[in-house]
Write a protein that binds this ligand. Sequence first.
Ligand code: AMP
Length: 498
Amino acid sequence: MPSTEEELDRKTFLYNLLVPVMNKYVEGLDEGRGMYLLFVKPEITTASGLVARPVLTSYYKSGHFRQRPDSPYTRYTSPNEAILCPDSAQSMYAQLLCGLARRGEVLRVGAVFASAFLRAVKFLEGHWRALCDDIRAGRVDARVTDPACREAVARVVAHPVPALADAIAAECAAGSWQGIVRRLWPRTKYIDVIVTGSMAQYIPLLEFYGDGLPLVSTMYASSESYFGINLRPLDKPEDVAYTLLPNMCYYEFIKVEKDSEEVREGKVVNLIDVEVGGYYELVVTTFTGLYRYRVGDILQVSGFHNAAPQFRFVHRRNVVLSVDTDKTSEDDLLRAVTAAKRLLAPLGGAILSEYTAYADTTSIPGHYVLFWELTPPLPSHDDAAVARIMASCCAAVEAGLDAVYRRCRSRDRSVGPLEIRVVSPGAFDALMDLCVSHGSSVNQYKTSRCIKHPDAIAVLEARVVGRFFSDGVPHWEPFKVEANHAGANANADGASAS
Ligand code: AMP
C-alpha cells in the first residue's frame, strides 16, 4: 500500500476523534493512564528500494505518535521505547512490567486486536513471577537487552515496591484467572480491543478475564485507509456499527446478496445511496493512489448517524481461517493442502478423501485445525512412522500458507502449530447428514472447507482417531517482499510503503 506523510495526519485525526467519543460515555479518563500493548514489526525493502512495513508500525514510528502532544487522554503506561522495541518478547515483557508497576493509574487496557491482548494475558500467566520480582527489587530483568527500552523501563521501576509486588503476586497465584484483568487493574473501566469480525471468536475468553468489563471496539481501519469509528462504544459487540468518516477516502459500495459473496451485476452506489439493511462490499479510492479498490470487506448498513450511514462489519470476502492478523482464503488452504497431501504416499498409498478446517481459539495462541479423512485409513501398526509423516504433513501445510501466516507463526508466535486431526472413515458422511438435517440439499451439498458451528465440529471431533501437530516452524523471510497470491488484493503483510 502506498503511504504518504499527509496520510499520517488523517490517521491522527481519526485517533483524536476517538477521545471525545469515549468521554461522552466514560467519565474520568483523564485521571490516569491507558495500558495499551502495542507492537512494531520488522521492515522489509521492496525491489525498488522503498521501505515497506505494517501500517501500524509506520504510525508508531512516526513523529505523530512519538511526539504526540502531552494530554491526559493519550498517556500510556508503556514508554514509547518499549512499544518501539523490535524484539516482540522484550517489548511484551517491558510493557507488562510498566503496566503492572503503574497498576494504580490504569483506567483502560487494550491492544489493537483482541488476539494481541489475550496473548499478553497468556504471557503474563507465564511470567508474573519474574515481573513481580522486578517490581519488588526495583529493577528490569536481564532479558530486556534493547538499550533504549531497558533505560526507559528502568525509569518506571526505579524504586523497589515490595507491597505492590506482593499484591500482584497474590492475585496471580490465586487459582482461577477469572476476572484477572479487573483484579490486577482495579480502576479499569473497559477493555479497548477490536472484537468485531474474525475477532468475535475471542469474546468468551475476554469476558472470562474481564469479568464484566465492557469490550470496546473503537474503530474500523485497514492498511489501505482508515475508515470509521464507533460512535456508541459501549454497545454490545454484536450491535457495534462503524460510522465511516467521509474525509478518509472516497467510498463506493457494491451491493451484494445478503451476506453471500454473490455480487449483484455491476451495481455500485455512493455512500449517500446505501440503504438500511443492505449488504455491501466496500470499494475505496484513496488519497495515496488506490483507485476503486476492493478492500474485501462485506458490511451491512445498520442505521444512520445524522445523514451518515453506519455499518456493521459482516465478514471478509474469501477468508475462511483467521487467528490473528492472518487471513487464509479457501484457495490458500487448498493450495497448501494439495502440496502437503503428497507426503501421505508412504502410508500405504493413503489419499486425502475429504478435509475441512476451523480456527481453534480455545487456547492462546489459537491454531488452525484440519480434519482429514484418509483412504485407506491410517495403519494401526507403526505408530512412530505415522506420527512422523503426519507431523510433516502439518508442517507442509504451514509452509504452503501465505507470508502473513508464516510471520505470525515464526516471528510473532501469535498462531500456534497447525494440527491435523485424522477422522475415521465415514466421518464426513456424518457431517453431510448433519448439514442435510439442517436443510442443506443432498444434490448440491459440498463439504465446507471451513466449519464454525459447534455441532459440526462435534460430529467430526467424535470420530477423531489421531491428532498430529506441526513439528517445524515455517520459514518466513523478513527482508524480501513476496508476491501476493493471485486474486488476493490484500497485501502480503499488512504492509505499507513509506
Ligand atoms: P490489514 O490491512 O491487514 O491491517 O487488515 C485490515 C482488515 O482488518 C480490514 O479490511 C478488516 O477486514 C479487518 N478489520 C479492521 N478493523 C476491523 C474491525 N473494527 N472489525 C472487524 N474487522 C476489522
